[in-house]
Design a protein around this ligand. Structure first.
Ligand code: FES
Length: 254
């Protein structure tokens, strides 16, 4: 029955239009099985699902069809960034993305592109977080300053400057969509890390701006960006890393 549905779906257009099913195709790979990666296709009925969150669909599949399906998630609110994956060709967060089976009958889910896969939809983000550590993502202030151990206040204007930066949740959707990062992941920091670096440079409480900029002056850490702007198009938080990289290039040119 299942294969008949797939065959009809592939070769019979009328079936495609009138069918009560939609299909979820999920990239699978398990290092312990010694198999090549494969696709799992799950047929689902319209009736059960109308407009659904992708993360709910994945849970439904895991709980009712295949408990070995593996993916990351935590907050279910678009806050932690752990459910990033490639959904119908666009990097996004499974907990923010919805799917309407009446308009698209195939839902295809891959792990983030050009990342090493640990299992199924889970990528290895070690390189990404190592690069994050390189930019020293913490407040650097004078240690002998007595105010260092107290709350460091900002004016409302200084705080406003950080809008469009502090919202980044390091989901890696932007970096994993960037061809320059795909080919130079060991040299180029990528849009997410550069946006974070810019946040610390602009933060009025941080006193390490010059050395932060000097760190970025290395020929490839920032200049490998060719302004493809995929990063801005896919950011699930509607940030603009491409614009930030342009500003960083300008500031680090002095
Ligand atoms: Fe936290 Fe999706 S589960 S961002």
């Amino acid at each position: 029955m299942f294969f008949q549905q797939i065959e009809k779906f592939l070769f019979d257009d009328s079936y495609y239009i009138s069918s009560n099913f939609f299909y979820i195709r999920i990239y699978r790979w398990n290092p312990s099985l010694n198999l090549k990666p494969w696709f799992n296709i799950f047929p689902m009925r319209f009736k059960k699902f109308k407009q659904l969150m992708i993360l709910d669909l994945l849970f439904d599949l895991k709980n009712n069809y295949d408990s070995t399906l593996t993916f990351r998630r935590s907050c279910r609110e678009g806050i932690c960034g752990s459910c990033s994956m490639n959904i119908n060709g666009i990097n996004s967060l499974a907990c923010l993305q919805t799917f309407n089976p009446q308009s698209v009958q195939f839902l295809t889910i891959y792990p983030l592109p050009h990342m090493l896969v640990i299992k199924d939809l889970i990528c290895d983000l070690t390189n990404f977080y190592n690069q994050f550590r390189l930019i020293k993502p913490w407040l650097i202030n004078k240690k002998d300053d007595i105010s260092y151990k107290k709350e460091i206040l900002q004016s409302k204007l200084d705080r406003l400057v950080l809008d469009g930066l502090y919202e980044c949740i390091l989901c890696a959707c932007c970096s994993a969509s960037c061809p320059s990062y795909w080919w130079n992941y060991d040299k180029y920091l990528g849009p997410a890390i550069l946006l974070q670096a810019y946040k610390w440079i602009l933060d009025s409480r941080d006193l390490n701006k010059i050395s932060r900029l000097n760190f970025l002056k290395n020929s490839t850490r920032i200049t490998k960006c060719h302004h493809i702007t995929n990063c801005t198009q896919v950011c699930p938080k509607n940030l603009n890393p491409a614009k930030i990289i342009t500003l960083l290039k300008y500031f680090s040119s002095f």
